[in-house]
Design a protein around this ligand. Structure first.
Ligand code: ADP
Ligand code: MG
Length: 790
């Protein structure tokens, strides 16, 4: 990178024959900067310059006085720049000065003599000369010629047009890429392989410019011309290409309308002949000021095009052309002032190198082939980019063995073959991704499964609870029933006693209204209770006999019979066992719930741990984080243990369920047997009663009830059912369904002949037989218990 301020030179145009020279002096210093002193006489009162001052001194890199020849100017100014351009840097030489000060003469040259050739032809000559001399590089040269007039760009080298005015030339527009690089659309780049071609192009451009100019538009004084030489170079075999360009700029006249001559009035609006020069000055001022962030390059096309030349990647040189006759002294001072500002601008020129992608590809291909050849030489095998089918299979096998091997020291050796190593990595990645997906699936499967298990346990628990409740209720119903039966019997007997009447028939539907007997605190299912009642209480045999109805007495007899039956102990034992099992199941259900909650909690802890470690890995990555987390391991072990106990308990609940079901079946079976036994006994007793005691019936409608029976009935009830609970007190289903009423017309009260109560019979032979059997059964039972009156 070359960091340099813009070099500023001054060239003084020879005085014309009728021109009066201004007073100036040139102090040419070979070693340092040259200085130009301009003396302004005091009588120039209406001048642009403050007339209080007389002497103006300006420093220049070099000052070319009137007699300086074109070749000297070229050698001093343009040659060094051309050399830099050949080395790959950008360069700009621009001429600045008022109209007629010799800008065009300096840049392009005079048309009269060969020796008057200006910088452009000389530079072209020099460059092609150098290119020819340098065989180490391959050069390509292009030229472009742009004229900017009234903010419009024109391509002076477009050969398709025969310009008759500037407007006929193709318009050039500015394009800016995202990197803020300027591109000129429609500006043709004409290749010039040699000096002659390049000079022809320059001539074409100058001709176009000349033709386009009319006395009306005075284009040459008001327009800027930029002749650019583009050079690309590269060393043979190298992919690096150097691009450089040299702008040779002939600016529009810099004169200001300071002297209008019209009454000495200063026309401020016409102060600047050329607005774009005003903007150029703005850019120069901005660049000269340190720490100025915004440089107004965009204000004009010229400053945009010369952006790189001003404060950018360019080695720039300015030539201030001065017309030093008396009349133009103030303009010359203005030019010098401008030059002083320009001299402050620092440019940073860099070598414009870039890689040619096409060349790069060719080079890389060549390198690959060379490496392949080398590899084949070393391995003794020609290697293709694809692995063979056998090689792939072998790799799969190796990978499988490696992945399944639990030994932490196991390694995967596929040899020094990048293709195989890459394949293995891809394979492992696929496996990882797959397992991630299946993990997710498993997790989503596991969660409902767990839910399912919980649901199952819950359902079982509910079922068992219900069963327990059912059993409780069954017992309650039975007790309640018997209690009511007892109460009814008492009431009946009390009535009988009071009225000294005969017995009455009490029949009741065997299907007790359970709905009404249900305790409010009980959550026992009604349907189940009904089912139970029909299966247990309805004695099939007797029900059949009584046409679906069984006498309450019969039922009570059954209850008493049941108590003494050996099987009832078995039933009781089983019931106790069942209760225990229910309790155990309930307890297990609760424990299962606890374990499940604990497992969920542990899982939550693991997730939290993951999140923490992930966050830690992001904030401060360390090796430690890649290893296994001992805390997580511990949590996982705990989960495993909890799962084990969960499973064990779950299995126990399952076992309990089977046990309970079995017990229930057993109870049912024993009950059935008991019923059958009772039925047999009951029918036997009925037959015996009918045969042995026909005399007890004193009339077809009456029978005798012994007073002891009443007592014993009370006694029995107290003994057997004192522990009854959970019976709705405000309901009396038996009472509702019972036919016993004090005003019963069939009820006849009669004093029994031998301290016995006479019970009126129904007239229905079956019912009467039942009543008789009931009384007989009572008596037998009471006798058995030693309560009866023998
Ligand atoms: P500009 O382009 O600045 O308006 P020109 O280059 O056209 O001025 O110069 C005006 C006239 O002065 C031309 O006729 C040109 O030949 C002549 N001239 C300018 N500089 C020199 C010089 N150094 N030696 C001889 N003649 C010159
Ligand atoms: Mg000119």
């Amino acid at each position: 990178m070359v960091k340099e301020t813009i070099r500023v030179y001054a060239r003084v145009k020879p005085l014309g024959r009728q021109q009066q020279a201004g007073i100036y002096s040139v102090d040419d210093n070979e070693k340092s900067l040259s200085s130009l002193e301009i003396i302004v006489p005091r009588d120039l009162a209406d001048g642009f310059v403050n007339n209080k001052r007389e002497s103006y001194k300006f420093k220049f890199q070099k000052i070319f006085d009137q007699e300086a020849k074109q070749d000297v100017v070229f050698d001093s100014i343009a040659k060094p720049v051309a050399e830099c351009v050949l080395a790959g840097y950008n360069g700009t030489i621009f001429a600045y000065g008022q109209t007629g000060s010799g800008k065009t003469f300096t840049i392009t040259g005079g048309a009269e003599r060969y020796s008057d050739r200006g910088i452009i032809p000389r530079t072209l000559s020099y460059i092609f000369d150098q290119l020819q001399k340098d065989s180490s590089k391959v050069y390509t040269t292009h030229v472009s010629y742009l004229e900017i007039y009234n903010e419009c760009g024109y391509d002076l080298l477009d050969p398709r047009h025969e310009a008759s005015g500037l407007e006929d030339l193709p318009k050039v527009t500015i394009m800016e890429d995202p990197d803020q690089n300027i591109h000129l659309k429609n500006l043709s780049l004409q290749q010039a392989t040699n000096e002659e071609e390049a000079l022809n192009l320059l001539f074409l451009g100058d001709t176009n410019r000349m033709i386009a100019e009319t006395p009306m538009n005075q284009a040459s004084t008001r327009s800027h011309c930029i002749f650019t030489i583009h050079i690309s170079s590269k060393e043979p075999g190298s992919a690096t290409v150097q691009h450089s360009k040299l702008h040779l700029v002939d600016l529009a006249g810099s004169e200001r309308v300071a002297k209008t001559g019209v009454g000495g009035h200063l026309l401020t609006e016409a102060k600047y002949i050329n607005l774009s020069l005003h903007y150029l000055e703005q850019v120069i001022i901005a660049l000269a000021e340190k720490k100025r962030s915004h440089i107004p390059y965009r204000n004009s096309m010229m400053t945009s095009v010369l952006r790189d030349s001003l404060g950018g990647n360019c080695l720039t040189t300015m030539i201030a052309t001065l017309s030093i006759d008396k009349r133009n002294i103030d303009e010359s001072i203005a030019t010098c002032r401008f030059a002083q500002r320009v001299a402050l601008i620092k440019n940073e020129a860099v070598l414009n190198e870039e890689i040619d992608p096409r060349l790069m590809i060719v080079q890389l291909k060549k390198e690959i082939q060379e490496l392949k050849d080398e590899l084949a030489l070393v391995t003794g095998k020609q290697r293709t980019s694809e692995l063979s089918q056998e090689e792939l299979l072998r790799l799969d096998e190796l990978l499988e063995t490696f992945l399944e091997d639990n030994d932490p020291d196991s390694t995967l050796d596929v040899g020094a073959d990048m293709r195989k190593i890459k394949y293995c990595f891809i394979h492992v990645k696929q496996l990882m991704n797959h397992s991630k997906i299946s993990d997710k699936k498993l997790l989503s499967q596991y969660i409902p499964e767990e839910k399912e298990t919980n649901k199952q346990t819950g359902e079982e628990l509910k079922k068992l609870k219900e069963l327990l409740q059912q059993r409780d209720n069954e017992i309650n119903i039975l007790v309640n029933m018997l209690k009511k039966e007892k109460k009814k019997a008492q009431d009946a007997l009390f009535q009988l006693n009071a009225a000294s009447a005969c017995s009455t028939v009490f029949e009741q539907s065997p299907s007790i209204n359970l709905e009404e007997s249900q305790s409010p605190s009980s959550c026992f299912s009604l349907k189940e209770a009904k089912d139970f009642s029909s299966s247990v209480h309805r004695l099939p045999f007797l029900s059949r006999k009584t046409g679906g109805k069984m006498s309450l007495g019969c039922q009570e007899a059954f209850e008493v019979f049941k108590q003494d039956h050996a099987d009832s102990i078995t039933i009781e034992d089983n019931k106790q066992l069942l209760k225990q099992k229910f309790a155990e199941a309930k307890c297990l259900g609760e424990k299962l719930n606890e374990v499940r909650i604990k497992i969920n909690h542990l899982k939550g802890e693991i997730t939290q741990r993951h999140v923490q470690r992930a966050a830690l890995a992001v904030s401060s990555p360390s090796e430690e984080l890649n290893t296994l987390d001992p805390v997580e391991e511990k949590l996982r072990t705990q989960i495993e243990e909890e799962k084990k106990s969960y499973k064990a308990m779950f299995n126990r609940v399952k076992g309990l369920k089977i046990e309970i079901e079995h017990l229930q079946l057993l109870i049912k079976k024993v009950k059935m047997k008991l019923q059958k036994d009772f039925e047999v006994w009951w029918s036997e007793e009925t037959i015996n009663l009918q045969q042995e005691k026909p005399e007890m019936v004193s009339s077809p409608n009456t029978m005798t009830v012994y007073p002891q029976f009443i007592k014993s009935s009370q006694h029995l009830s107290t003994n057997s059912f004192s522990d009854t609970t959970r019976v709705s007190p405000n309901e009396d289903p038996a009472g509702k369904n019972n036919s016993i009423t004090s005003s019963n017309p069939t009820l006849k009260t009669r004093t029994p002949p031998s301290s016995s109560t006479s019970i009126p019979l129904t007239g229905d032979s079956q019912a009467d037989a039942d009543i008789l059997a009931f009384i007989k059964a009572r008596q037998n039972i009471l006798q058995k218990k030693g309560l009866g009156n023998k």
